[in-house]
Design a protein around this ligand. Sequence first.
Ligand SMILES: Nc1ncnc2c1ncn2[C@@H]1O[C@H](COP(=O)(O)OP(=O)(O)OP(=O)(O)O)[C@@H](O)[C@H]1O
Ligand SMILES: [Mg+2]
Length: 152
Amino acid sequence: MIKQFILEGTKRNGYYFFGNIGVGKTTLITGIARILTAFLTSPMQYMPMPKLLKLLTSIEREDKDKIERFERLPLLVVDDFGLERFTTDNQEALARDFFSYRYGNLHTTFICGNADVRKFQTKNMFYRQISDYLNDAEAYKVFEIKGQSRRK
Ligand SMILES: Nc1ncnc2c1ncn2[C@@H]1O[C@H](COP(=O)(O)OP(=O)(O)OP(=O)(O)O)[C@@H](O)[C@H]1O
Ligand SMILES: [Mg+2]
């Protein structure tokens, strides 16, 4: 499985991993991303989705610069997907723009969450956009990580 990830990991838009709390999603996805870093022009970056959303809505100049850098990273790991809370339509729009830029430019984004976003019952346009990406088999592969919590 790891070999397959290395062969095709950066040729597609990414992977979406979901599974229960503590099954080892973060450990697995960051491990794969670190291996792939060796094949990239710049190191992979790790960012939890709640933190990314805060960054996207920031008006600070340095944060804007950071967003532009993050938009262009060859490999970004977005963790804890679904834990973010949208309070305005503008936040949804900013998140849509960020992910659509990465998607359109084939910048690989690994996404990791507790649940399958395609099953979210929501009017949220951002989640619908991500669901569309995941339903495109050429773009994304979706994995459910099953098992018991390894948290002690
Ligand atoms: N294959 C493994 N064998 C043993 N321990 C593991 C394994 N994978 C992860 N762990 C440990 O289990 C704990 C939970 O792992 P991790 O944070 O990767 O899970 P998670 O699915 O991302 O959890 P959460 O849903 O809370 O984000 C960590 O302490 C980690 O070190
Ligand atoms: Mg985790």
